[in-house]
Design a protein around this ligand. Sequence first.
Ligand SMILES: Nc1ncnc2c1ncn2[C@@H]1O[C@H](COP(=O)(O)OP(=O)(O)O)[C@@H](O)[C@H]1O
Ligand SMILES: [Mg+2]
Length: 417
Amino acid sequence: MSAPILAVIGGGQLARMMQEEASALGIHLRTLVETPDGSAAQVTVDAPVGGADDADAVRALVTGAAALTFEHEHQDSALLTQLQAEGVPVRPAPEALLLARDKLAMRRAVDAAGLPQPAWAEIAGNAQEMRAQIGAFAADHGWPVVLKTPRGGYDGHGVLMVDSATALDDGEAATWLEATAAARAGHATNGTGGGGSLGGGAVTSLLVEAAVPFTRELAVLLARRPSGQIAVWPVIESVQSDGICVETVAPAPGLDPAAARQAEHIGRTIAERADVTGVLAVELFAVEAPEDTRLYINELAMRPHNSGHWTQDGALTSQFAQHLRAVLDLPLGATTPTAPTTVMVNYLGGDSLPPADVLARALECEPRAHIHLYGKQWRPGRKLGHVNLTTSATDPAGIGAVRERARAVVAILRGEA
Ligand SMILES: Nc1ncnc2c1ncn2[C@@H]1O[C@H](COP(=O)(O)OP(=O)(O)O)[C@@H](O)[C@H]1O
Ligand SMILES: [Mg+2]
């Protein structure tokens, strides 16, 4: 048996954690990395350096590979389409990946599928026209509204809560309006700028959404093979702070079973309609009332996702192993949880460089914790790792206590305890 080669674009922690599972399955990962000492390159033998938009580098990457996949959405779609036409199995395919790369394309596709989402509109024109369009949207749906750059955002970069019309006149909102208007004007005069380049090129319009008064955020994660097989993990709760996922609890405690079924239906419908291959994460807003729970689709990711890190230690098959299996069209693994509850707490860089002994102290503090470190340089707020902790508890107090334990481990890693 010779090891299949799987080409991956992107050298961050997601590719690093794919490598852990590739080793176990005897899959040869070949990862196109941004820097030779980055998170994935530290653990991947075959890690050529190059950009996602470097056609020569990507062509060399896929030579002899069974498939091409990604650890982020910011891909050169023209290049991917070209490779696909030449017979390279690009998974997910560029048409599907667009829905994770461009929030406007995603909103249109979700409407076409008849699935629930916040009210939204595309905003375009000069800055004054855009202000008027946002004002008209807010007149229909109320303030605050949420303004988003359709492409290139992550971890809350590219998302702005806008409280009133006057908040559009200065600060970040004003900067966005001016930049978008300028990009559109440039696009109109030189006829380029919209397509092709990384992250989708110039942003020439914005997305405005009604602010959903959610009771909590959820995510449904699944994997799909080219042959059509789908495997879904239980719906999880995710806690965001400043637009960054900081904690998850799996399964989402106390979730209305009808809502869990609807979330699964949403995930399956998107995966099948868009012909998604690999892992798909659907971020959801839940508005929970005693009589019913309403779900709204927030956004999609087509790769292993922060909301699925718990699967490494809390499910029979981790999302990283499942992604490799799915894109290589291998039979999928069981998504069954191995514990009643698994909590995940992200380790974000603290305010100062942590002392050298923090790993030893964190391991000692909670021997049951699974600590995952990404090999990244400390920087305040940067995602440097995460901690998974399983428990037999399913009640709020029991789960709360385990969350506190996991937070305590992270606090030590941050150098705060
Ligand atoms: N329409 C909305 N209503 C309420 N909160 C929102 C809305 N859109 C985004 N948010 C908040 O901002 C976070 C980040 O938005 P998201 O579109 O997921 O951006 P990113 O691509 O950075 O993850 C969400 O997880 C949620 O907490
Ligand atoms: Mg998000």
